[in-house]
Write a protein that binds this ligand. Structure first.
Ligand code: NAD
Length: 487
C-alpha cells in the first residue's frame, strides 16, 4: 500500500463536528488511505480575536497538503468578521465551485424526480471581489469585476468537467442584456471556448429566466456555468429542490489546492442533538476521494450510501416525521452496506483521473502561461463623479460646461445611470451622486491623463466636490464603457 495521503481537516462549528466524525468513520471503514491533519478554523478562532478565522499554522497545513476537507463554519454576525470561506477560496485560488444536485426519488421526496445537474460557479470574481466604497452620504458601491483569464478558466473547467464526466450539454447563465461589458465578456468567452468542444451541446439563458427554468424543469439541464453571485443563488435553489440542503456536497477546485465540504451551513438550530444528516459531507468526501485518486473507495462509499437511502434509513430532514435515525446511526448504516450496490438507483463507478497527482486535470492554457493581449487602448474621455446635494442638475451642468476647457466637452450627466442633463425629466429620482461624462473634443487619442488632472483641478477650484473618476477608453477601436440610459 502506498503511503497515506495527508489531508487537512477542520471539523467546523455547529453540527460540523457531529457530521465530520460520522463521515470520517465511514472513510476509515471503507479503507480511505488518508492521514488527517486537524486544524481549528471558524468560530473559536474568530472569537479568540483573529478576524479572518484562520491561524498561520492552519494556512501552513493547507498549503502543504493541498487538500482541505471542511465541516461547516459559523461566521459570527457583525464585528467585522470576514467570511472564512471567501478568504480561503480567494487566497488559495479555488476558482471553480462544483456542486452536483441530484434527485433521489422515490426515496427522497422531491417535485423533480429526474434532476441531475452540476452547477459550476466562478468562485473568486464578480461582486465577491469585495471592493466596496461609500462614495457620498447617500450612495455606496460594490465593484463587479469579471476578468478574461478568470472567465476562461471557469468556462474551460466546465467544458472539461462535462467531457470527463460524460455530460452532454453545458449551459451558461448571464445577465448580459443589462451588463453588456461584464456579463457580456463572460458570455463572449463562453461562446469562444465552446467552439473547442464541438462534441458538447451549448446554450445560454439570461439568468432570470434560467433560474425559473431550473426551478420548474431542472431535468432540461446538465452542466451549468455562471458568474459567482448567480452561481451562489442558483446552486442553493438547485440543492433545495432535490429534496434537502442536507444532501449535496461541494468541491472548490484550484490549480494547486482543493477544498471539499457540504453545501449547507453549521445549522445551529439542531447542533449538539446528534440528528443532522451527514450526507452532504459524505458526498463532499466522495468528491475528495476521486480528486486524490482513490476512486475505488469513493465508489464503495457512494454505492453504500445509495443503498442506505434505498433501504429507507433516513435522518429527520429526509424522514419528515417518519421513522428516523441519528447522525452516527446513519453512518453505521452506510458502513454496514459498504460491499453492497443499489438496486433502484444506477450503481456508480468512479475512475481515477490521469494524472492522479495533486489535482483533477490540467487546464490548458493555465493563466500563468497566457500571452499578453495584443490590444490598442486609446483614451477618449473621462467620467467625473461628483458629490452634490445643493445644486440642481441644470446648475451642475451649466457650471461644468464652463469648466470643460478646450480639450473636453460635457457630453452628459447621469444620476444612478439615468441621463439628467442636458434635458432630463422632472420625474427622475436623483441622489447626491452625479456622473459627469466629458468627451475629448478632438476625438480618440487627443487627450492624456494630464488633461484629466487639469480638468479635475478646474472643477475643484470652482468648489465642486469630485469623488472619483473613470477613464473612458477604446480597446482596439471598441468602446470600453457603457452609455448612460438616455444618452
Ligand atoms: P444552514 O444550512 O446551516 O441551515 C439551514 C436549515 O437547514 C436549518 O434549518 C438547518 O437545521 C437545516 N440543515 C442544514 N444542514 C442540515 C443537515 N445536515 N441535516 C439536517 N438539517 C440541516 O444555513 P443557515 O442557518 O443560514 O446558516 C447557519 C450558519 O452557517 C451561519 O453562520 C452561516 O454563515 C454558516 N454557513 C456556513 C457555510 C459553510 O461553512 N460552507 C455555508 C452556509 C452557511
Amino acid at each position: 500500500m502506498t503511503s497515506k495521503r495527508p489531508i487537512t481537516i477542520a471539523r467546523g462549528d455547529g453540527i460540523g463536528p457531529e457530521i465530520m466524525d460520522a463521515t470520517l468513520k465511514i472513510l476509515e471503514h471503507a479503507g480511505a488511505n488518508i492521514e488527517p491533519e486537524f486544524i481549528d478554523v471558524g468560530e473559536k478562532v474568530y472569537l479568540s480575536g483573529n478576524s479572518s478565522g484562520i491561524s498561520d499554522d492552519a494556512w501552513e497545513s493547507l498549503r502543504r497538503t493541498k487538500v482541505f476537507f471542511k465541516g461547516p463554519i459559523t461566521t459570527p454576525q457583525g464585528g467585522g468578521y470576514k467570511s472564512l470561506n471567501v478568504t480561503i477560496r480567494k487566497t488559495l485560488g479555488l476558482y471553480a465551485n462544483v456542486r452536483p444536485n441530484v434527485s433521489y426519488a422515490p426515496f427522497v421526496k422531491t417535485k423533480h424526480p429526474d434532476m441531475d445537474i452540476v452547477i459550476i460557479r466562478e468562485n473568486e470574481e464578480d461582486l465577491y471581489a469585495g471592493i466596496e466604497h461609500q462614495q457620498t452620504p447617500e450612495v455606496v458601491q460594490c465593484l463587479k469585476l469579471i476578468t478574461r483569464p478568470g472567465t476562461e478558466k471557469i468556462v474551460r473547467y466546465a467544458f472539461e468537467y462535462a467531457r470527463k464526466n460524460n455530460r452532454k450539454k453545458v449551459t451558461c447563465f448571464t445577465k448580459d442584456n443589462i451588463m453588456k461589458l461584464t456579463d457580456g465578456l463572460f458570455h463572449k468567452v463562453f461562446k469562444e471556448i465552446a467552439k473547442e468542444y464541438p462534441d458538447i451541446e451549448t446554450e445560454h439563458w439570461i439568468i432570470d429566466i434560467g433560474m425559473a427554468k431550473i426551478a420548474d424543469s431542472p431535468q432540461d439541464f446538465d452542466v451549468i456555468v455562471m458568474p459567482n453571485l448567480y452561481g451562489d443563488i442558483a446552486s442553493d435553489v438547485a440543492a433545495q429542490i432535490t429534496g434537502s440542503v442536507g444532501l449535496a456536497g461541494s468541491a472548490n477546485i484550484g490549480d494547486q489546492v482543493a477544498m471539499f465540504e457540504a453545501i449547507h451551513g453549521s445549522a445551529p438550530d439542531i447542533a449538539g442533538k446528534g440528528i443532522a444528516n451527514p450526507s452532504g459531507l459524505i458526498n463532499g468526501a466522495i468528491m475528495m476521494l476521486v480528486h486524490i485518486g482513490q476512486a475505488e473507495v469513493a465508489t464503495r462509499i457512494h454505492n453504500a450510501w445509495l443503498k442506505t437511502l434505498e433501504d429507507g434509513v433516513n435522518t429527520g430532514d429526509i424522514a419528515k416525521g417518519g421513522a428516523s435515525v441519528g447522525t452516527m446511526e446513519f453512518a453505521e448504516a452506510v458502513i454496514e452496506r459498504l460491499d453492497q450496490k443499489p438496486k433502484t438507483f444506477t450503481a456508480v463507478e468512479y475512475k481515477n483521473s490521469e494524472p492522479t497527482d495533486d489535482y483533477q486535470f490540467k487546464l490548458e492554457p493555465l493563466v500563468k502561461d497566457r500571452p499578453k493581449l495584443d490590444v490598442v487602448r486609446e483614451l477618449e474621455g473621462v467620467d467625473v463623479f461628483l458629490f452634490n446635494n445643493e445644486l440642481t442638475s441644470n446648475e451642475i451642468g451649466q457650471k461644468l460646461e464652463e469648466l470643460a476647457g478646450q480639450e473636453f466637452k460635457l457630453a452628459v450627466i447621469t444620476n444612478r445611470g439615468v441621463k439628467v442633463y442636458p434635458g432630463g425629466f422632472p420625474e427622475t429620482f436623483t441622489t447626491d451622486h452625479w456622473r459627469c461624462r466629458f468627451e475629448a473634443v478632438n476625438g480618440v487619442g487627443s487627450i492624456s491623463n494630464k488633461d484629466i488632472i487639469t480638468l479635475l483641478t478646474r472643477i475643484d477650484d470652482a468648489g465642486l466636490d469630485s469623488i472619483k473618476t473613470e477613464n473612458l477608453y477604446r480597446f482596439n477601436g471598441e468602446r470600453g464603457y457603457s452609455l448612460g440610459q438616455g444618452q
